[in-house]
Unconditional design. Structure first.
Lengths: 405, 442
């Protein structure tokens, strides 16, 4: 043993360190990195000095002072208080961001539901239904979104009847109207003690979670199942409902009524909003349907067979075995699709819905200048949203990732 | 005692529910009452949709009319295709001067001739043909479309492209009929088959040089009229922008993807932030940035036209998306390939260029076709910033005095056009995917 030890030591004599400057890996990598940094740095410096010079020559203003300056134009759709000539550009930016988020949020929810439905229909054992779903997916995916948005706007919503001949969507109850100026619906106005109903609802939601944990624990301990779904639904409806009635139904409806040439009261959604929402929903649902289908197909057939062999009913096998595994494949493309919904909502500009691009990057920019700041702020807004959503995705991925050897 | 039936019982035929058309119906459409309801509902939807489209779009439609009012006079509840038909040339070519249309058509035809060999199985050296399509064809087509005075650079590139085109075509014809290539046949023709490699190569280079001189001299006198970019439009412009976008996306995307996977932190961080920056914002904001901020970025007095600004923006955008496609392809290559390449002494560029990239690119082809479809659709956004691409043209029909208010028909026609192009390409990419993975599936 000792002999072998000395032998090893003698064989491991270090070769003479000849430091070849040109071929040393560390020197080379440092050189390449310095070179890249230098080129990029020079490029940035070049663009910045050019921009500064050009701004000076053209006499354009710079800085973010304009955000507190008053804006002189109005917008047809706003969720914040704003008055032209009183409101500021900062407020315009906020209104644009909220409008973008509103339409994206609604489109995300609607397209997720529709996408899952169509994705499941694509795999239906019914030949005709599967073909119909396929036709929907192929037609929608192979035409440009912008064209679809414009089509919904000029081809559908612009052709709706005028205000006087509004369609009554509530079938005679006169609380929701659709015409070529948009959708008018009744809007709830909370009364004095309405907050108590909301508190009751929150308590009910918490109660559902507690109930679910308790039911799980009981099943683990005793094997007995508890009708969680029915109980939860009952809890969710009955508790807030009772509080609502006990406080004297404190909710009024602001119903839109025809006054002169237009409706007054209630909530109004412009046709551009509706067209954008419908187009975004239909377009992204078709894309999601393909991801859902691929996700479900990616689950090994053996899993279905094993579940059935255990004696699970097909519906239970689907909800307990297939869907949870399919979600692992569905969620990443779904979240990047959500990101696309937010980004694609910027196409609103083509039909005049006041999202952040149309309102801030176009109208405000044309009014006030400040090209660099405004384009930068708009891009930063989208970047913030995208990075938040992809952060969400990363957290999810970490949680569900298959732990392999 | 056992009674054994010595005769074989004839096999019963399969039950009717398994074999006949009725069996198929039972299995696929009416297997349960829920499915039966779904089937009936689907048949109803299909009936309503098909009937509606047929009556509006074909039966009651007007195909020939002078203006929209005449359309209404002929049929009130039908489509007015007459407007689309009258604008057909505009939809495809924009306001490109009509006598010069042959240039656009020739450009398209040349692309077909140039790329057709890539699909012929017996042709060799497809990599060269592919590379020449990316690096030479755009210049020739660009000159054809834009016209005007050729500078010395354009003269050289155009001559090179013409020679390449002639060479490719000869090479393909020879390849298809005799299975060889152009270089071998040239040497055989000159009786140099037995000469040394050096000699053969020199002879071929001499022929190439001679051909270059001849073509260069011939093309010097050839000029075509200038067509300013403002006259470009329609489907032609859409294809030009997305074509340039996709061809530049590939090299750009490869570089960015390699940068993102680099071991050198500075390069990695720069590439990653560049890719993420462009991928996290909508294309329309990039286009706006291009039109409002490029003029500020450039030195004073240096003016780029809108088409160039937009094209640069589209190129950057598509390169960043392509980078992610390439990265996915690179990730699919197992570590063993890198290690094997290092073992036989290849450096970074050798490993990437000879071992990793060729395999990764093969995996990526379907996705590249997919990105091209996406880019083709996204290119319609240039109509928002005032270029008259196909969507811009379709929308300006409704602004044309005789056809004022004709919105639906042009948009539907455009949708059909996009659907045909994109559907064929996506089917082709599916086919490629199956074909390319055939070798991997045992």
């Amino acid at each position: 043993m000792a002999i072998r030890g000395t032998h090893d030591a003698s064989a491991r004599v270090k070769p003479k360190e000849s430091f070849d400057f040109l071929h040393d890996e560390r020197v080379r990598s440092a050189f390449y990195q310095l070179l890249t940094a230098g080129v990029v740095g020079w490029l940035i410096w070049y663009l910045v000095t050019n921009t500064a010079h050009n701004l000076e020559v053209r006499g354009m203003n710079t800085g973010f002072g304009f955000l507190s300056a008053t804006a002189g134009f109005d917008t047809d759709f706003k969720l914040l208080e704003y008055e032209p000539g009183v409101g500021t550009y900062g407020r315009i930016f906020l209104i644009g961001c909220i409008n973008t988020l509103l339409v994206s949020f609604l489109a995300i929810i609607a397209s997720t539901i529709l996408g899952f439905a169509v994705g499941v229909l694509r795999l239906s054992s019914n030949w005709l239904v599967a073909r119909l779903a396929l036709a929907y997916v192929e037609i929608i995916r192979n035409t440009p979104l912008l064209l679809q948005i414009i089509f919904w706007y000029v081809g559908v919503f612009a052709l709706l009847p005028r205000v006087k001949q509004s369609l009554d969507l509530s079938a005679g109850a006169e609380v929701a109207f659709l015409n070529n100026r948009g959708l008018y619906t009744a809007w709830p106005i909370p009364g004095d003690f309405f907050w108590m109903s909301i508190v009751a609802f929150v308590i009910a939601v918490i109660g559902v979670f507690v109930l679910k944990r308790w039911a799980h624990k009981r099943q683990d301990d005793t094997g007995q199942q508890f009708p969680t779904v029915t109980a939860s639904l009952a809890l969710l409806f009955i508790l807030p409902g009772m509080v609502f009635l006990a406080t004297g139904s404190p909710l009024d409806w602001d119903v839109p009524t025809l006054q002169g040439f237009n409706f007054a009261g209630g909530a109004a959604l412009p046709p551009a909003f509706l067209a954008l929402l419908i187009a975004l929903t239909i377009y992204h649902a078709a894309h999601l349907a393909e991801s859902v289908r691929a996700g479900i197909l990616s689950v090994n057939k053996g899993q279905t067979e094993a579940a059935l062999a255990l004696g699970l009913r097909p519906s239970r096998a689907m909800t307990l075995i297939i869907i949870p595994q399919a979600m692992r494949a569905i969620v990443p493309p779904m979240i990047s699709l959500w990101m696309n919904v937010v980004k694609n909502s910027s196409l609103a500009i083509a039909i005049g819905y006041s999202d952040v691009v149309a309102l801030f990057m176009q109208t405000a920019l044309n009014q006030a200048g400040y090209a660099v700041e405004m384009v930068g702020m708009t891009m930063a807004f989208y970047m913030f949203i995208s990075l938040s959503i992809s952060g969400l995705l990363n957290i999810y991925n970490k949680r569900v990732q298959l732990v392999e050897r | 005692m056992a009674i054994v039936n010595g005769e074989k019982t004839a096999a019963r035929s399969a039950p009717l529910t398994e074999t006949s058309f009725i069996g198929w119906l039972h299995k696929n459409l009416f297997s349960s009452w829920i499915n039966a309801i779904l089937t009936v509902v689907s048949i109803y939807i299909i009936y309503v949709a098909v009937k509606g489209i047929w009556v509006w779009g074909v039966e009651e439609a007007v195909w020939v009319a002078e203006n929209r009012r005449e359309c209404f006079k002929i049929s009130k509840d039908g489509a007015c295709w007459a407007g689309v038909i009258q604008w057909l040339e505009n939809i495809f070519y924009g306001r490109y001067p009509r006598p010069e249309l042959w240039r656009v058509n020739l450009g398209g035809l040349l692309l077909v001739v140039w790329m057709a060999p890539l699909w012929l199985p017996r042709v060799k050296n497809k990599i060269f043909i592919g590379l020449s399509t990316v690096f030479l064809y755009p210049f020739l087509a660009g000159y054809l479309f834009a016209g005007g005075d050729k500078g010395i650079f354009m003269q050289v590139v155009v001559s090179g492209a013409i020679i390449c085109l002639i060479g490719n075509t000869l090479h393909t014809i020879i390849g298809v009929f005799s299975g060889g290539g152009l270089p071998e046949n040239l040497t055989r023709l000159l009786g140099k088959t037995d000469a040394s490699d050096q000699n053969q190569r020199n002879t071929l280079l001499a022929i190439l040089a001679a051909a270059f001189v001849v073509v260069f001299l011939l093309q010097m006198g050839w000029t075509v009229e200038v067509v300013p970019w403002t006259k470009w439009g329609g489907m032609f412009l859409t294809l030009v922008i997305s074509g340039i976008g996709i061809t530049s996306a590939l090299p750009g995307g490869i570089i960015l993807a390699l940068g993102r996977r680099s071991r050198l932190p500075v390069i990695r961080v720069l590439s990653t932030s560049f890719i993420e920056l462009f991928r996290s914002v909508p294309l329309i904001t990039i286009l706006f940035m291009a039109t409002t901020m490029f003029p500020l970025f450039m030195p004073e007095g240096f003016v780029l036209n809108k088409l160039v600004q937009v094209t640069i923006a589209v190129c950057l955008f598509s390169a960043c998306y392509m980078a992610e496609t390439v990265r996915a392809g690179l990730q699919a290559i197992p570590m063993g390939q890198y290690e094997a390449a290092h073992t036989i002494g290849l450096g970074y560029w050798g490993t990437m260029g000879l071992v990793v990239m060729p395999q990764a690119l093969k995996h990526m082809i379907p996705n590249i076709v997919g990105s091209f479809i996406g880019l083709l659709k996204d290119t319609t956004l240039v109509s928002i910033i005032g270029l008259f691409d196909i969507l811009g043209m379709l929308r300006s029909i409704s602004q044309d005095v005789p056809w004022r208010g004709l919105h639906k028909e042009p948009l539907l026609f455009g949708a059909l056009l996009f659907f045909i192009i994109c559907f064929i390409m996506s089917k082709y990419s599916r086919h490629l995917e199956v074909k390319l993975s055939a070798g991997a599936n045992r």
